[in-house]
Design a protein around this ligand. Structure first.
Ligand code: FAD
Length: 186
Protein backbone atom coordinates (compact mmCIF):
# COMPACT_ATOMS: atom_id res chain seq x y z
CA UNK A 1 0.00 0.00 0.00
CA UNK A 2 1.35 3.45 -0.91
CA UNK A 3 0.45 6.33 1.36
CA UNK A 4 0.80 9.93 0.27
CA UNK A 5 2.85 11.80 2.84
CA UNK A 6 2.11 15.49 3.02
CA UNK A 7 5.50 17.24 2.86
CA UNK A 8 4.48 20.31 4.82
CA UNK A 9 3.14 18.17 7.65
CA UNK A 10 6.29 16.04 7.54
CA UNK A 11 8.48 19.14 7.87
CA UNK A 12 6.40 20.18 10.85
CA UNK A 13 6.93 16.78 12.46
CA UNK A 14 10.68 16.94 11.81
CA UNK A 15 10.98 20.32 13.52
CA UNK A 16 11.90 19.74 17.12
CA UNK A 17 11.86 15.95 16.73
CA UNK A 18 15.01 14.71 18.48
CA UNK A 19 14.88 11.12 17.25
CA UNK A 20 14.96 9.95 13.66
CA UNK A 21 12.24 9.80 11.03
CA UNK A 22 12.67 7.09 8.43
CA UNK A 23 10.83 7.02 5.11
CA UNK A 24 10.98 3.94 2.85
CA UNK A 25 13.93 5.28 0.84
CA UNK A 26 16.05 6.04 3.93
CA UNK A 27 19.14 4.02 4.86
CA UNK A 28 18.19 1.93 7.86
CA UNK A 29 14.49 1.71 6.94
CA UNK A 30 14.58 -2.02 6.17
CA UNK A 31 16.57 -2.79 9.29
CA UNK A 32 14.12 -0.74 11.37
CA UNK A 33 11.08 -2.68 10.13
CA UNK A 34 12.46 -6.11 11.01
CA UNK A 35 10.62 -7.99 13.73
CA UNK A 36 11.54 -11.10 15.67
CA UNK A 37 8.97 -12.98 13.58
CA UNK A 38 10.68 -12.67 10.19
CA UNK A 39 7.51 -13.85 8.42
CA UNK A 40 6.02 -10.39 9.03
CA UNK A 41 6.97 -8.16 6.09
CA UNK A 42 5.12 -4.84 6.33
CA UNK A 43 6.17 -1.50 4.88
CA UNK A 44 5.13 1.46 7.00
CA UNK A 45 4.97 4.89 5.33
CA UNK A 46 6.93 6.38 8.24
CA UNK A 47 8.95 5.01 11.12
CA UNK A 48 9.35 7.56 13.91
CA UNK A 49 12.23 6.49 16.13
CA UNK A 50 11.44 8.48 19.23
CA UNK A 51 14.05 9.73 21.70
CA UNK A 52 11.64 10.99 24.34
CA UNK A 53 8.01 11.52 25.26
CA UNK A 54 7.85 14.80 23.32
CA UNK A 55 8.73 12.84 20.18
CA UNK A 56 5.97 10.34 20.93
CA UNK A 57 3.44 13.13 21.44
CA UNK A 58 4.50 14.75 18.14
CA UNK A 59 4.24 11.44 16.29
CA UNK A 60 0.79 10.62 17.68
CA UNK A 61 -0.44 14.10 16.76
CA UNK A 62 0.97 13.77 13.24
CA UNK A 63 -0.51 10.30 12.69
CA UNK A 64 -3.91 11.42 13.90
CA UNK A 65 -3.90 14.54 11.72
CA UNK A 66 -3.07 12.52 8.61
CA UNK A 67 -5.41 9.70 9.63
CA UNK A 68 -2.63 7.15 9.45
CA UNK A 69 -2.89 3.79 11.11
CA UNK A 70 -0.50 3.89 14.06
CA UNK A 71 1.51 0.98 15.44
CA UNK A 72 3.69 1.08 18.54
CA UNK A 73 6.91 -0.89 18.53
CA UNK A 74 8.63 -2.08 21.69
CA UNK A 75 10.93 -5.10 21.61
CA UNK A 76 9.34 -6.40 18.39
CA UNK A 77 8.69 -9.88 19.82
CA UNK A 78 4.94 -9.90 19.28
CA UNK A 79 4.39 -12.88 16.99
CA UNK A 80 1.35 -11.34 15.25
CA UNK A 81 3.41 -8.33 14.15
CA UNK A 82 1.19 -5.65 15.73
CA UNK A 83 4.34 -3.52 16.11
CA UNK A 84 4.25 -2.80 12.35
CA UNK A 85 1.60 -1.33 10.08
CA UNK A 86 1.35 -1.54 6.31
CA UNK A 87 1.35 2.01 4.92
CA UNK A 88 0.91 3.68 8.31
CA UNK A 89 3.05 5.21 11.03
CA UNK A 90 5.24 3.20 13.38
CA UNK A 91 6.15 4.79 16.70
CA UNK A 92 9.38 2.99 17.47
CA UNK A 93 10.24 3.21 21.17
CA UNK A 94 13.53 1.32 21.13
CA UNK A 95 15.68 4.38 21.77
CA UNK A 96 13.71 5.05 24.95
CA UNK A 97 15.25 2.27 26.96
CA UNK A 98 16.26 3.85 30.29
CA UNK A 99 15.65 2.06 33.58
CA UNK A 100 16.05 3.61 37.02
CA UNK A 101 15.93 1.58 40.20
CA UNK A 102 14.92 2.68 43.68
CA UNK A 103 16.54 -0.01 45.84
CA UNK A 104 14.84 1.17 49.05
CA UNK A 105 11.36 1.08 47.56
CA UNK A 106 12.33 -2.03 45.56
CA UNK A 107 10.83 -0.53 42.41
CA UNK A 108 12.08 0.14 38.89
CA UNK A 109 10.89 2.79 36.47
CA UNK A 110 11.17 1.54 32.92
CA UNK A 111 10.94 3.56 29.71
CA UNK A 112 8.54 2.32 27.02
CA UNK A 113 11.14 0.76 24.74
CA UNK A 114 13.35 -0.99 27.32
CA UNK A 115 13.94 -4.71 26.95
CA UNK A 116 14.33 -7.36 29.60
CA UNK A 117 18.11 -7.08 29.31
CA UNK A 118 17.96 -3.35 30.11
CA UNK A 119 15.80 -4.13 33.15
CA UNK A 120 17.95 -7.02 34.37
CA UNK A 121 21.20 -5.06 33.99
CA UNK A 122 19.80 -2.22 36.08
CA UNK A 123 18.27 -4.35 38.86
CA UNK A 124 20.98 -7.01 39.30
CA UNK A 125 23.54 -4.74 41.03
CA UNK A 126 20.89 -4.26 43.74
CA UNK A 127 20.14 -8.00 44.01
CA UNK A 128 16.64 -7.28 42.74
CA UNK A 129 14.61 -9.05 40.08
CA UNK A 130 11.01 -9.43 39.04
CA UNK A 131 9.10 -11.68 36.68
CA UNK A 132 10.59 -11.08 33.25
CA UNK A 133 10.65 -12.65 29.80
CA UNK A 134 12.64 -15.79 29.14
CA UNK A 135 14.36 -14.09 26.21
CA UNK A 136 16.28 -10.92 27.03
CA UNK A 137 15.38 -9.03 23.84
CA UNK A 138 11.66 -9.06 24.71
CA UNK A 139 10.27 -5.58 25.40
CA UNK A 140 9.22 -4.93 28.99
CA UNK A 141 6.22 -2.92 27.74
CA UNK A 142 4.79 -5.52 25.38
CA UNK A 143 5.59 -8.35 27.79
CA UNK A 144 3.76 -6.68 30.67
CA UNK A 145 0.78 -5.67 28.51
CA UNK A 146 0.40 -9.32 27.53
CA UNK A 147 0.51 -10.51 31.16
CA UNK A 148 4.12 -11.66 31.18
CA UNK A 149 4.94 -15.18 32.32
CA UNK A 150 8.61 -15.64 33.18
CA UNK A 151 11.16 -17.45 35.33
CA UNK A 152 10.00 -15.95 38.64
CA UNK A 153 6.24 -16.18 38.02
CA UNK A 154 5.67 -19.07 40.46
CA UNK A 155 7.10 -16.98 43.27
CA UNK A 156 5.99 -13.46 42.33
CA UNK A 157 3.11 -13.87 39.86
CA UNK A 158 2.94 -12.49 36.34
CA UNK A 159 4.70 -9.29 35.25
CA UNK A 160 1.33 -7.49 35.20
CA UNK A 161 0.81 -8.43 38.87
CA UNK A 162 3.97 -6.46 39.65
CA UNK A 163 3.03 -3.34 37.68
CA UNK A 164 2.43 -0.47 40.10
CA UNK A 165 1.71 2.42 37.73
CA UNK A 166 2.01 3.48 34.11
CA UNK A 167 2.36 6.87 32.49
CA UNK A 168 0.45 6.94 29.24
CA UNK A 169 0.40 8.96 26.07
CA UNK A 170 -3.27 8.92 25.15
CA UNK A 171 -4.61 8.73 21.60
CA UNK A 172 -5.54 12.42 21.63
CA UNK A 173 -1.92 13.08 22.76
CA UNK A 174 -3.13 15.63 25.29
CA UNK A 175 -2.90 13.54 28.39
CA UNK A 176 0.82 13.30 29.30
CA UNK A 177 1.42 12.37 31.96
CA UNK A 178 -1.85 10.52 32.29
CA UNK A 179 -0.92 8.21 35.12
CA UNK A 180 -2.78 5.09 35.96
CA UNK A 181 -1.99 3.80 39.39
CA UNK A 182 -2.66 0.42 40.85
CA UNK A 183 -3.48 0.01 43.62
CA UNK A 184 -5.20 3.44 43.65
CA UNK A 185 -3.48 4.43 46.87
CA UNK A 186 0.03 3.98 45.42
C1 FAD B 1 11.25 -15.74 21.39
C2 FAD B 1 10.08 -15.29 22.21
C3 FAD B 1 10.04 -15.64 23.55
C4 FAD B 1 8.95 -15.25 24.33
N1 FAD B 1 8.94 -15.63 25.64
C5 FAD B 1 7.90 -15.28 26.43
C6 FAD B 1 7.85 -15.64 27.81
O1 FAD B 1 8.74 -16.28 28.32
N2 FAD B 1 6.78 -15.27 28.53
C7 FAD B 1 5.75 -14.54 27.99
O2 FAD B 1 4.81 -14.18 28.73
N3 FAD B 1 5.77 -14.15 26.70
C8 FAD B 1 6.81 -14.52 25.91
N4 FAD B 1 6.82 -14.13 24.58
C9 FAD B 1 5.72 -13.32 24.07
C10 FAD B 1 6.06 -11.83 24.27
O3 FAD B 1 6.23 -11.52 25.62
C11 FAD B 1 4.92 -10.95 23.73
O4 FAD B 1 4.78 -11.17 22.35
C12 FAD B 1 5.13 -9.47 24.01
O5 FAD B 1 3.95 -8.77 23.63
C13 FAD B 1 6.33 -8.92 23.25
O6 FAD B 1 6.54 -7.59 23.61
P1 FAD B 1 7.55 -6.69 22.74
O7 FAD B 1 7.52 -5.31 23.28
O8 FAD B 1 8.87 -7.39 22.64
O9 FAD B 1 6.90 -6.80 21.29
P2 FAD B 1 6.20 -5.77 20.30
O10 FAD B 1 5.86 -6.62 19.12
O11 FAD B 1 7.06 -4.58 20.07
O12 FAD B 1 4.92 -5.32 21.08
C14 FAD B 1 3.85 -6.23 21.34
C15 FAD B 1 2.55 -5.40 21.48
O13 FAD B 1 2.67 -4.52 22.59
C16 FAD B 1 2.58 -3.14 22.16
N5 FAD B 1 3.58 -2.38 22.91
C17 FAD B 1 4.86 -2.71 23.16
N6 FAD B 1 5.46 -1.80 23.94
C18 FAD B 1 4.52 -0.85 24.19
C19 FAD B 1 4.52 0.36 24.93
N7 FAD B 1 5.61 0.77 25.60
N8 FAD B 1 3.40 1.12 24.95
C20 FAD B 1 2.29 0.70 24.28
N9 FAD B 1 2.21 -0.44 23.56
C21 FAD B 1 3.32 -1.21 23.52
C22 FAD B 1 2.86 -3.17 20.64
O14 FAD B 1 2.19 -2.11 19.98
C23 FAD B 1 2.29 -4.53 20.24
O15 FAD B 1 0.89 -4.44 20.05
C24 FAD B 1 7.89 -14.49 23.77
C25 FAD B 1 7.94 -14.13 22.41
C26 FAD B 1 9.02 -14.53 21.64
C27 FAD B 1 9.06 -14.16 20.19
Amino acid sequence: MTTHIDNAALQELRQGFSGEILLPEAAGYDEARKLFNAMIDRRPAIIAQCDDVEDVLAAVTYGRRLELEIAVRGGGHGVAGKALTEGGLVIDLRRMNGVSVDPDARTATVAGGATMSHLDRATQPHDLATTGGRVSTTGVGGFTLGGGDGWLARKFGLACDNLLAAKLVTADSSGWPATTCWPPSW
